[in-house]
Design a protein around this ligand. Structure first.
Ligand code: ES4
Ligand code: ZN
Length: 324
């Protein structure tokens, strides 16, 4: 089964590019830019990846992102991720980036997008990996900041497929960003939002009703509201589930308690993704192997997860055929 999973073509729909920063590259870039990281060595940094919850992870994730400064840093970060994708038979990726993390430090949006894009183009020619970019709004900041960020992204409108919502969920409901997402939809962008990761089922309802999302990122807490589960099934709403992320951030105590299989069995359009693979112990294949070990899915269920990801992707339908 391991070899079968390793060879299975994969689609990744929930991946934060800043979350692919491995400690080795973080230290190399820190040295290059003469920036101090909060830990003295690669080993000490890796040992700090023992998170109590989402916020304790985010604190470290934002600190490490400070080593990303110039176009070449974003290129190298993205290229390293695509090389991993290539070794794991990942054929299509939809990548989140958090521009506010960088523009707040004086790094232009153009530096971020051009560095990432240069790698994506090379990934397409060298490895045949297709890709899309999703700009994520940081929900711990206010709606004015979100709107300013979307305006700053307008010159890149056609190079970005959609807008997402991420960062600390508790206390930052989707309702805080209704105007920003109205604006995003009016620009023709697809909409996604992290909801029901640490936050309650009501945040999933808000993402659906107020932001009018095309996909829910995570969504695992939907099970707390049976009428929501029924609705998600009725509208065939994709959920981008991230198993290692959920266990590392203690949304579930162990993989055996993860509800991915239950959600699949309930007929929801579940996909499997890696979220922040450098921080959570693995990329697509490691996520699949951890799920397989704990939950023992059938080959038909694995094929279903892949089919769900193709159907939920933002590639136009004519091109989706290439992935089936
Ligand atoms: C994130 Cl796991 C997770 N949740 C919310 N926001 C994020 N940004 C990066 N990783
Ligand atoms: Zn995420």
């Amino acid at each position: 089964m391991h070899e079968w999973l390793a060879n299975l073509p994969k689609i990744e729909l929930h991946l934060h590019i800043e979350g692919t920063l491995e400690p080795e590259l973080a230290f190399e870039l820190a040295q290059r830019h003469q920036i101090a990281l909060p830990y003295p060595s690669v080993e000490a940094l890796r040992e700090a990846y023992n998170f109590a919850d989402l916020q304790s992870f985010l604190d470290l994730y934002y600190q490490c992102a400070e080593v990303l400064r110039d176009e070449d840093d974003f290129y190298r970060l993205t290229m390293a991720y695509l090389e991993r994708c290539h070794t794991q038979a990942v054929t299509h990726v939809e990548i989140f980036f958090d521009p506010q993390t960088h523009t707040a430090r004086g790094i232009p949006m153009s530096t971020v997008i051009e560095g990432i894009e240069r790698a994506l183009k090379e990934g397409e020619t060298r490895f045949g990996i297709s890709s899309q970019l999703i700009l994520c709004i940081l929900r711990h900041l206010d709606e004015e900041d979100a709107l300013a960020t979307l305006n700053a992204a307008l010159p890149y409108r056609d190079r970005i497929v959609g807008i997402g919502l991420d960062s600390g969920e508790q206390g930052n409901p989707p309702s805080k960003f209704t105007r920003a997402f109205d604006f995003a939809r009016a620009q023709g962008w697809k909409i996604v939002a992290h909801a029901g990761e640490e936050g309650p089922a009501d945040y999933i309802w808000q993402a659906l009703k107020l932001l009018k999302v095309d996909r829910i990122d995570h969504g695992v807490r939907c099970v707390e509201d049976p009428s929501l589960v029924a609705h998600l099934r009725d509208i065939n709403m994709p959920l981008t589930v991230c198993p290692l992320s959920n266990t590392r951030l203690r949304v579930f105590h162990s993989m055996a308690e993860h509800n991915l299989k239950t959600l699949l069995d309930q007929g929801l359009r579940v996909t499997l993704n890696s979220d922040d693979p450098a921080y959570f112990g693995g990329y697509m294949l490691e996520n699949m192997l951890a799920v397989q070990e704990a939950l023992n899915l059938t080959q038909a269920q694995w094929r279903q997860l892949t089919k769900n990801a193709i159907d939920a992707s933002f590639i136009d339908h004519a091109h989706q055929q290439r992935l089936h």
